[in-house]
Structures are given as structure tokens and as C-alpha cells.
Design a protein around this ligand. Structure first.
Ligand SMILES: [Zn+2]
Length: 300
């Protein structure tokens, strides 16, 4: 039983899931409190935290990565020390640094800058401190271990709490949409390696930032991880099929392999382009696709 009220809060030993609006559906998310005998740490302060405030005092904040929806609650805790992976720190140091992580075309970036400040309460935190994979935070009778899982961003990390047999997965979110590796600082290859690493994690409770929420049991987690990973293979198979006729990169962008055709998002084309490039490069390297004249590609 918690010492405070929070709608749909869930306790797992020293962890409390501060469930976000609509179970953390974007733009919201599920933040996590970890309470030790000496320190309390808040992980990924969501937009819901920005709206409601943090229900108890916290000593530190840890971020799985620096994306707009994982940091709005910092606005409620401007003086609390904040930590993220060294490779994502520039996203907190300045708004320019954050924009470089996304790498959007200039015309779309202008609007997104305003949105990040107005809707996601962005304020730079030049005082950000950093961690790397393997670092441990000792809260007193409970520890948070950092596992570096790049791919979604360069610094994306998941947090293992061995005493609670729990791991917080951040944006390895296990949704039907599949892995997101559409930013300048994303990597398909790294994401796949990180998914392999996640398979090895010794835990029973798997917590995601978005609406999958909490998955209990390793078997169920592995099932969901398999489905999540399969989305990458499906995208690639569809692309191979599309490339039976010679196509350009821009043909792939218009066809859409990540978003459905009806989805209207300002940044959809740039995400499709970044993802298609990565799949094409990989398939050229392993001989499944070859470049031909006029900047076209064809499956072999
Ligand atoms: Zn993210």
C-alpha cells in the first residue's frame, strides 16, 4: 500500500509504477519510483507527472533516454539532480542538442521545437549528470543497474532492479507498432542487438513506458519480444517484395513501410526515409538488394 494516492499506481516491492494517462499512451507515459532506505529515484518523469506533480519527494531522476515524452515532469523538479546516458546528454543540455538527436528537416523542426517547449514543458538542464552501461545506483537495500541498449537513441538504457526481479524497458515498448529507429540518432542494427541483450535479462516483471505497461513472467515477455522483433522482419520482407521492380529511395518513402498510408504526421516522410535507408544498406551489404542505374534499387 502506497503512502500516497496515484490513479492506477502499481507496487512491485520497492518499485511503484506511476501509471500515466491512458496507461501511458503517447504523449503520456508510465514513470517509475524506486524507493530505497537512503534514496528515492524517479525514472522518466512523464507528461502525467508534469500535469499532476510528483507524489513524493525524490532525490534523483534517471532517464532511459532523452526524447520529448520522457522529460516533461522535469518541469516539476527543476532542482532535482537528473542523470542520463552520456550519449544522450546533449538533448538535455540544450534544445539544439535535442533537435540534433531527431534530425528532422528544417521546416518540420521549426514546428516541433515549439511543441517540445509548449506541450512537453522543455527547459534545458545543463547540470545533467551522466551514466554508462554497467553503472549501479545504490539506493539502500535496493539497486538500479544500467544496461546500455542503444538503437532507439544512441544512449537508450534499460534499468534492472534485481531485488524486485524487475526491469524498466523505456521505449523498448513491445507495442504492435514495433521498434522505432527513425531518428538521426537511431540505429536498426543497434536496436536488434539490444533486443538480443533484453532476452538475457533475469527478471520477472517487465515495465514499459507506453501502454503495454507491466508484463508479468519471463515467458510472456519473450513472446511479446518475439512479436516486437518480428515487425522489423516484416518491414524488410515487404520492402524486398516492393523492390522486385526497380525503385528509388523516395519510392520507398512514399510507399511507407513504417507508418500506415493514412497516418498524417509532419515527420512521417523523414522517419520513413531514415528507416528505409537503414534497411536498404543492410540488404545491399548482405546481397539481397543491389543498386542499379538512376539511383534505383532492385531485390536480387
Ligand atoms: Zn523515445
Amino acid at each position: 500500500m502506497s503512502r500516497f494516492y496515484w490513479p492506477e499506481a502499481l507496487n512491485i516491492g520497492p518499485l511503484t509504477i506511476l501509471t500515466g494517462t491512458e496507461r501511458g499512451k503517447y504523449p503520456h507515459g508510465n514513470s517509475v519510483l524506486v524507493e530505497g532506505t537512503r534514496e528515492t529515484i524517479l525514472i522518466d518523469p512523464s507528461l502525467t507527472i508534469a500535469e499532476r506533480g510528483c507524489p513524493i519527494a525524490v532525490d534523483k531522476i534517471m532517464l532511459s533516454h532523452v526524447h520529448e515524452d520522457h522529460i516533461p515532469g522535469l518541469s516539476r523538479l527543476p532542482d532535482t539532480p537528473v542523470y542520463c546516458h552520456t550519449l544522450d546528454a546533449q538533448g538535455l543540455q540544450s534544445l539544439d542538442g535535442l533537435m540534433e538527436i531527431y534530425g528532422m528537416p528544417a521546416d518540420i523542426e521549426a514546428g516541433f521545437r515549439l511543441e517540445v517547449v509548449k506541450e512537453f514543458c522543455y527547459a534545458p538542464r545543463p547540470d545533467v549528470q551522466t551514466f554508462i552501461g554497467g553503472d549501479k545506483f545504490d539506493l539502500g537495500d535496493v539497486t538500479i543497474e544500467v544496461l546500455h541498449t542503444p538503437g532507439h537513441t544512441r544512449g537508450h538504457s534499460v534499468f534492472l532492479v534485481p531485488e524486485a526481479k524487475s526491469v524498466y524497458l523505456g521505449d523498448i515498448e513491445l507495442t504492435g507498432f514495433g521498434p522505432y529507429y527513425g531518428d538521426a540518432w537511431s540505429s536498426l542494427i543497434d536496436f536488434e542487438k539490444s533486443l538480443q541483450l533484453c532476452r538475457q535479462i533475469d527478471a520477472e516483471n517487465f515495465i514499459t513506458f507506453h501502454h503495454k505497461w507491466v508484463i508479468n513472467g519471463r515467458a510472456e515477455f519473450i513472446d511479446q519480444l518475439n512479436s516486437f522483433e518480428k515487425v522489423i522482419i516484416n518491414r524488410e520482407e515487404k520492402m524486398l517484395d516492393f523492390l522486385k521492380k526497380p525503385r528509388t529511395l523516395e519510392d520507398c518513402v512514399s510507399h511507407r513501410f513504417v507508418y500506415r498510408p493514412h497516418v498524417e504526421l509532419a515527420f512521417a516522410d523523414s522517419v520513413e526515409r531514415r528507416c528505409a535507408e537503414q534497411h536498404l544498406n543492410r540488404m545491399i551489404q548482405d546481397g539481397r538488394v543491389r543498386p542499379i542505374e538512376n539511383k534505383r534499387f532492385v531485390s536480387v
